[in-house]
Design a binder for this molecule. Sequence first.
Ligand code: SF4
Length: 503
Amino acid sequence: MSRILEESYRAYEPRPFTADQRKDVTLLFGGVTWRAEKLLEGLFKSAGYNAQRLPDVTVEDLYLGRELADVGQCCPTAFTTGNLSSFLRNEAEAIGADEVAEKYVYVTAGACGACRFGQYHQSYELALKNLGLEAFRMFLVQQHEIDQSKGKDAGLQTDIHLLLSTALGMMAADAIQDLEYQLRPYELEQGATNRAAQKAVSEIYDVMLSRPKHMPKWGSVLWHATTRRFLKAMRRARGHFEDIQLDRLRVKPMVKITGEFYLATAEGVQNYNMHNWLEGEGAEVQPAPMVVWFDYLMRYGGQKLKLGFGIKEKARQNYVLLKLGQRFFRFKYDQMRRMLGGVPRPMPDQDKLRKLAAPFFDNMINGGEGDLLIAKAIWAHTQRKAHMICELSPYGCLPNTMSIGAMAAVQGRYPDMLYAPIEVKGDSDVHALSRCQMVLADAKIRAQEEFESALAAAGLTADEARKRAKEHPKVNTPFWKVPHRGAVGTASNVVLELGNATL
Ligand code: SF4
């Protein structure tokens, strides 16, 4: 019996990719925001690789992923499998399958369980087999390991030097994104913020390209801890936003995006272009930063280590090291934010998030978003950070189904929370957007009522508030930090500031 089981399972193992093949091989990657992908491209190039991001994901990719792999898989797996397969299929038609298998390798994040994330490579493997591309090579970078050096002969070196630069790149991408989303809804010249964001990301890309190619482990840790190159580039990035003209007195509901990592961070067809659609409907959107997810992974790692205190060797020591690493991670992100005038929002405290979610969800369950999805929704609501929570949950996702179940209890506890759980199948946008629109209608009413309360508290009419904003032009400059004066909406907090009042 055990012999049959051993023969039945074969973990995916790519053909070797060696250092001397590096110059002839192109690394393919994707699955994060355009900002992060641009910075990853610079990072890979600086490390001596040819690198190319996969094309933007399409709905056809979703269908292809379902067709080639497993029709019942969660939609992020289908999107990413189809996206890779579609690119490779087109290339194979142009240059032949053998040439594709030699010319490209795919790099993506991996993990073991508890959900399908631990099996993505098997979906890819099945799809490649169905395309006749079994010889194609894929490499997983484990998200819970820092140093994954493979020896000097390995073609792909995911060592600490590469991973620390990746972390800084993701921080920069998130900080720029958060600034962008706070400005775009209020810009007077349409497109000004998007243009500035493109230029800002190019500044960081240039730093990525010119970072030292190789470094020994501890030398790299020291370099990343002390280098000011990224901070200076962030300051230059700031310069591209300086001239954007704003009108922060436009009343807009604040919508926080939560949900599964891939769908919540995507800005494309994967989630029905939800960010763009919400802005088009008059909302200010709070995107889901990747750094909060990394911060959560460190918090979760700490919880696991704590369970081993007094049982496992070095559990306490490793816990202390992890906590120091987490503090340093947060410190670096705050540094990046400061370079953008402190306007990008800080990361919420993970310990507070854990406590908020604790009555509703076991924090040791780690599939999908774990307790993070619930915690972020409660945090945004109770801390008055958002009028509405839009949760993007993938079709066919077990962890998110559990979270949504727990959210029923959360809504019982906070009945005034405006919560739009959107199940994303990838090809039912009318259904999903109309569902979101219903909750958004209530959020708009709430934002307008709040604005009127803010005017009353400030002793101003809307016209007087506009007049006063003209007398205090700083309130409409990009790097003025909107104070939190008890309101959720930007316009309401601006009015309260102008009238020196609170709600
Ligand atoms: S969290 Fe859900 S959507 Fe994401 S990989 Fe796991 S099962 Fe799929």
